[in-house]
Design a protein around this ligand. Sequence first.
Ligand code: DGL
Length: 428
Amino acid sequence: MEAGDRVRVEKGKAVYEGVLMPSPTGSLVVKLDSGYNVGVRPGEARVTLLSKGRPPSSAPPPARPDPNHPAEDVHSRGRASSPAAPREGLPQVSILSTGGTIASRVDYRTGAVTSQFTAEELRQSIPELEEVARVRAEQVYSILSENMTPQHWVELAQRVAREIEGGARGVVVAHGTDTMAYTASALSLLLETPAPVVLVGSQRSSDRPSSDAALNALGAVRVALADLGEVVAVMHDGMSDEVCAIHRGTRVRKMHTSRRDAFHTIGGEPLGWVEPRSGRIELSPGRRPRGGDLKMRGPLEPRVGLVKFVPGAHPDLLESYRGMRGLVVEGTGLGHVSSSWIAPLAELSRGGMVVVMVSQCLEGRVCDRVYDTGRDLLKAGVVEGEDMLPETAVVKLMWSLGRAKSPEEARALFRQNIAGEYTETSRA
Ligand code: DGL
């Protein structure tokens, strides 16, 4: 038996059927039809060969999952389908891929996770796209999003700008979900855009029947054609397989490790919703509509840290941030740290570091005028981050420091609302 073979594994009363995967640990790893893997130690289970493996397939399931056909059949159906040629006269949408689950696929023969992202592949996996747009696809990076850096954000903003200048009606950025919110904030601040810039990812890879990859991608392409002039994230919403939410790039957050509806707008409602299959789109009047000039607003200063205050945290912890140009502090409640942190923060601030306070509550606004420790923080030069999300505040501080010539100027820039990163009034 070898990787790629279809096997039955019997262990006690449990019986599994699936595809044998390569395993460096010596355990038997079987990918079930549900997409989940089970591992058993050799000798502890009876393994029977059901059929020899077939050649690798690179065609993922279509956007409309067919409940009558499990994942294994979907692959052979996808391979057989011959995609239609792109229709003339449709608007162009550029899809830039950076990697992550949405751009990954498990090769059932070798078990390797590969990232392929050609326009041809997209047409095969999402035939509905042919009706909607002329897709130009390009793989900009092939990385997991935990490997993104501020340098990638700046390059990506430049790549997006080039697509808009080149005539794209909208740009979709396929991205890993883990750090999508940081990239969404960075693109929101770096680009003043006349067209939609839509981040999209997926929580479940396209080889799983419950995958959200194709639905999200189709929704993202539809939103890329909508009346929007800002950076948004389009991700699966609710329990059905019908709707994706459109989140403002500076207000979105991944709130669950594995659920498909993990992405939420914090501190308000999403900017809208899209039904990817029907194409129905609902947009909030509070969005920025299409139009205006394309502008790049860089650069970024990467030397910014984020520290979370916990009860009893020793102030020496702050020493490790010395040398950074900016520090975001996630305080408790309205924006507090213990009294022992105030003198060291004041000293860092006097030394030229811009220190910003945001709240661990995520929902609601920082207000340091209520309690003594808060007032002392303000005297220490700490800037209130309003109701900005901690991740957004980090990127905003990088952006403010990158553009400013002095800490004072950076503080003033940080207080300006550039891309809806804070709301004018927080929900009670
Ligand atoms: N670590 C993840 C990332 O790239 C891969 C999974 C995902 O795309 O959600 O963010």
